[in-house]
Write a protein that binds this ligand. Structure first.
Ligand SMILES: C[S@@+](CC[C@H](N)C(=O)[O-])C[C@H]1O[C@@H](n2cnc3c(N)ncnc32)[C@H](O)[C@@H]1O
Length: 201
């Protein structure tokens, strides 16, 4: 499996495909291992690198539903994941997550948000009814190159993304029933842990 991961990393570098940042990976894996999820939802498959990492570190009988907008990337993900021991546990769905999430049913105990950064607030609202009582939602890139919580003014082309990521942090930071931690690792990870209903209040 390590060889497959390495091959995917090399491909991502060659083809300039963004995959989970090497500096954020350890914290990402720590959160997955802590959660040991059975039912996973991923938004933003790319070539399936984070999908495979989740599968390797989740519960033995994990099932992962993962969304990817770009058909070519989804096909590459499919071909990589077919070579892993987890092909049967992973369901890659091609489409716009913003639309597809509205049609999704189920109860997920771990959600990894790693797609259109301007849409995280929308994704969160749409996944809320799909979360189990003790679900964990991990969102990548929430500090976006240091512009989100920093004093520096972002370049004009990033202003909307930065504004929307601030809105996401504000949303999850004040969401009743959740405790959110922001980690500076990599490009910034927001980990929102749902407090079990019987432990609230
Ligand atoms: C940062 S990459 C995902 C990397 C992957 N999670 C990993 O770490 O290996 C983001 C992916 O989200 C996809 N994406 C962007 N907008 C999307 C949308 N609205 N619905 C589904 N996928 C989307 C992009 O095509 C891209 O492949």
């Amino acid at each position: 499996m390590e060889q497959l991961l390495q091959e995917m990393e090399d491909y991502a570098v060659q083809q300039h495909i963004p995959i989970i940042n090497v500096r954020g990976r350890e914290m990402f894996l720590h959160v997955v291992r802590e959660c040991r999820p059975h039912h996973v939802l991923e938004i933003g498959t790319a070539i399936g690198y984070s999908t495979l990492l989740i599968a390797m570190n989740a519960a033995a009988n994990v099932h992962i539903t993962t969304f990817e907008l770009d058909e070519a990337r989804a096909q590459i993900a499919e071909s990589y994941l077919q070579r892993s021991a987890y092909a049967q546990c992973i369901d890659i769905r091609i489409g716009n997550a913003g639309e597809e999430l509205c049609k999704l049913a189920g109860s997920f105990d771990f959600v990894f948000i790693d797609a259109a950064k301007g849409q995280y607030v929308d994704y969160f609202h749409k996944i809320l009814p799909l979360l189990s009582n003790n679900a964990v939602v991990l969102a990548d890139n929430v500090l976006f190159r240091g512009y989100v919580l920093g004093d520096g003014k972002p370049p004009r082309r990033y202003r909307t993304i930065v504004k929307r990521l601030r809105e996401y942090i504000e949303l999850v930071g004040h969401m009743p029933g959740f405790v959110t931690d922001i980690y500076e690792n990599g490009d910034g990870l927001a980990v929102s842990r749902r407090i079990e209903h019987d432990k609230q209040a």
